[in-house]
Design a protein around this ligand. Structure first.
Ligand code: ZN
Ligand code: ZN
Ligand code: ZN
Length: 272
């Protein structure tokens, strides 16, 4: 059987992406166990979050950096143990004693024999606190003091907005498998929208994306933007085979094929 091709309609699909790389800074209170010498650091002046020098390791990559805000150190008694360095043992609930497992807290083995382990007391000394009922405070690690400080969190985020601009019948997801021609690829602190593309829908998308990014993250500062426009050739082919008419598409520089009748089929085309 012969395939009869009744129409070939070439067009272009577009993939537009706008990445916006932002920085946000925030502070919260934090503390850590006291270390000898921390008082000497207190002398410096408190810096505001944006005065701390910090830069991203790589543009357009998410990352978070944590600092102690200089000049906010304060050494004070530990709140968890009231500066005593000890807190109640959770194993024995401060009693220093636990039920004897050897005699199931009866004090006896069998009917008459006194339990050798607790000697009839029904309880044994707590191993966790050596019978003291108190353990070293985990918050200050027994140092009694904590160093309180403001923690600075610097958040770098890459925010992607993208869109495939394609004729109605062609499935959008296939565009990501296609090779295309790069029409724009440029980066600047704030990119101007694309306005001179011959496909008006690209200009419209670019203008609205760029506008949105200017107010989308009020707590963040925009460090860099990058926009990218890819054009992918898409050819719509109308054909007749075994008395049946249908459509197929050949798309991308790598010439992949998509059949309307058989969406799962994936062919590499070599006749166009
Ligand atoms: Zn016992
Ligand atoms: Zn204990
Ligand atoms: Zn403590």
């Amino acid at each position: 059987e012969e395939i009869i091709i009744s129409g070939i309609i070439p067009s272009l699909a577009f993939y537009y992406s706008l990445e916006t790389f932002t920085e946000e800074r925030s502070t919260c209170n934090n503390c850590e166990p006291y270390q000898v010498g921390r008082e000497t650091a207190v002398a410096s002046k408190e810096l505001s979050p944006w005065e701390v020098p910090c830069s991203p390791d790589k543009l357009f990559k998410n990352q978070t950096k944590i600092f102690q805000l200089p000049g906010t150190d304060k050494v004070a008694p530990c709140v968890a143990c009231n500066g005593k360095g000890l807190t109640g043992c959770e194993e024995c609930l401060r009693t220093g004693k636990n039920p004897c497992k050897n005699c199931k807290s009866t004090g006896k083995i069998g009917f008459v024999k006194t339990c050798w382990r607790c000697k009839g007391d029904r309880v044994v000394s707590c191993k966790m606190c050596v019978g003291q009922g108190l353990v070293s405070c985990t918050t200050c690690r027994g140092k009694c003091k904590l160093c309180y400080f403001k923690q600075l969190k610097v958040d770098y985020r890459n925010r992607l907005k993208d869109k495939v601009i394609v004729k109605d019948a062609f499935p959008v997801h296939l565009i990501h498998k296609a090779q295309g021609e790069i029409l724009y690829d440029h980066s600047a602190p704030l990119v101007p929208p694309i306005t001179d593309c011959f496909q008006e829908a690209v200009n419209f998308t670019s203008v609205s994306f760029v506008q949105e990014t200017q107010t989308a993250w009020p707590n963040s500062v925009i460090l860099q933007q990058r926009q990218h426009l890819l054009a992918i050739p898409v050819t719509e082919v109308h054909y007749k085979w075994k008395e049946h008419t249908s459509r197929l598409w050949v798309f991308g520089k790598n010439k992949r094929m998509y059949f309307e009748d058989d969406p799962q089929a994936c062919w590499i085309c070599d006749f166009l």
